[in-house]
Design a protein around this ligand. Structure first.
Ligand SMILES: Cc1cc2nc3c(=O)[nH]c(=O)nc-3n(C[C@H](O)[C@H](O)[C@H](O)COP(=O)(O)OP(=O)(O)OC[C@H]3O[C@@H](n4cnc5c(N)ncnc54)[C@H](O)[C@@H]3O)c2cc1C
Length: 385
């Protein structure tokens, strides 16, 4: 017999965005007893990704932070510097720790159910929303979805760069890494394919995550990532003696595609809701901010989707300008990021990438970049149809 059940909230997608939202709901007495259904086709038993992000002070998921760094290297064009990140710290959470932590809390709340299955459709009804999984129908007042069943179509003059990376966790028999110094961007690698850099997160003196990352339109062959990683490790970490203990591969969209934010009582979140920063690929912090906003609004009895603010439109434009520069090859990523990092405080760059700077800070920061190509790009992005 097909099921037909009613909940208060449906969370479509129990990954980063879905679980971040549920965890906040469970912390609020007004929401923690609501009937909640999480739909996901995957039971999330694997360490399928690692999230790194910067944050000021204590964060919502601090108890599962695997490592954090207060200093980081940037190696660019004619510029290398180890910078203190204060007032931020760069934090790392392993996917598996995140899923286990969230599932442990969820299992202590019988009012929250997990449906393991593929979401077929989700739509608004006169009473709220309805989600279909297999032959079963679930209804609720609101759905929070990080699943996109229909991909938005790329419009004329929109950008679809990819941030793609392969990472190895390597272990060395001798101490090689400075465990308190991360490397955010190391551009001392070939730029033949486009913007390419390496990211090194030391986990101990003998263990590090090394990630070969590109912002380009097409993926590399597996061998090309491996070759890039091998070369970098030999050249800059100066070792041939290591074991690869884990591997990670990922593709994050860097696009100004119009992702849906809300359709009636369906609120989109995560990458599906356009929360991946188009110009950097960072998503984790935006997901956390959106989860805070949804819960704050539910507690006030408001519709959970906040209206779009003017400041968000400004940052969308900045993102488009940077995508324009990269995708149309007006300037190399190596040059842009080298100028940004060498001429600005890292706290300002982090705040800018978090969409949290003031207009004055933005003007100062933009003033550190070559004016004519950026003004041309800015003008084009402002007036393009
Ligand atoms: C390997 C990797 C590393 C990343 N590292 C970082 C990082 O360091 N920092 C950062 O800020 N961002 C990072 N990102 C980007 C972003 O933070 C992650 O992709 C993040 O998981 C996005 O959260 P989400 O909830 O939108 O999607 P997901 O976490 O992917 O959750 C979506 C969920 O929906 C489920 N699902 C999808 N379709 C269906 C369906 N039809 N029916 C049922 N279930 C479905 C999936 O199984 C999944 O569990 C990374 C991404 C990847 C891929």
């Amino acid at each position: 017999m097909p099921l037909n059940k009613v909940y208060d909230y449906i969370i479509a997608g129990g990954g980063c965005a879905g679980l971040s939202l549920v965890m906040r709901m469970l912390k609020e007495p007004q929401l923690s007893t609501k009937k909640i259904l999480i739909i996901d086709k995957d039971s999330k038993q694997l360490n399928d990704r690692t999230w790194c992000y910067w944050e000021k002070g204590e964060g919502f998921f601090d108890e599962i932070v695997y490592r954090k760094w207060e200093k980081a290297w940037f190696h660019g064009e004619g510029y290398s510097s180890l910078k203190g990140l204060d007032p931020y710290a760069y934090k790392m959470i392993r996917g598996i720790d995140f899923y286990r932590h969230c599932h442990a809390q969820i299992s202590a709340h019988p009012n929250v159910e997990i449906c393991l299955g593929e979401l077929k459709s989700i739509h608004n009804t006169s009473q709220g929303v309805e989600a279909i999984v297999g032959d079963d129908t679930y209804q609720a007042q609101y759905a929070f979805s990080s699943i996109l069943l229909t991909q938005p179509v790329l419009g004329k003059d929109q950008y679809d760069l990819l941030q793609h990376f392969k990472g190895w966790v390597i272990e060395t028999p001798e101490p090689v890494f400075h465990s308190n110094e991360a490397t955010l961007m190391d551009f001392r690698v070939t730029q033949e394919e486009g913007t390419t850099f390496v990211y090194v997160m030391p986990l101990s003196p003998q263990r590090a995550l090394v990630e070969y990352t590109l912002f380009t339109h097409t993926l590399l062959s597996d061998d090309q990532y491996d070759e890039g990683l091998r070369w970098y490790i030999q050249q800059f970490l100066q070792t041939d003696d290591y074991t690869i203990v884990e591997k990670e591969f990922g593709v994050i969209p860097m696009t100004d595609l119009s992702f849906p934010e809300r359709e009636g009582n369906i609120i989109y979140m995560g990458t599906a809701g356009g929360q991946t920063k188009p110009s950097s690929g960072y998503t984790f912090r935006f997901i956390q901010k959106k989860a805070d906003s949804i819960v704050g609004r539910l507690l006030l009895g408001l519709h959970p989707a906040a209206p779009i603010k003017a400041i968000e439109k400004r940052f969308k434009w900045f993102d488009k300008v940077l995508l324009h520069m990269l995708a149309r090859k007006k300037m190399t990523g190596k040059k842009i990021f080298s100028l940004l990092f060498s001429r600005n405080r890292i706290s300002t760059i982090f705040a800018f990438l978090d969409n949290e700077t003031s207009l004055l800070q933005e003007l100062r920061l933009l003033n550190t970049l070559p004016q004519i190509p950026f003004m041309r790009a800015g003008w084009f992005e402002l007036f393009k149809k």
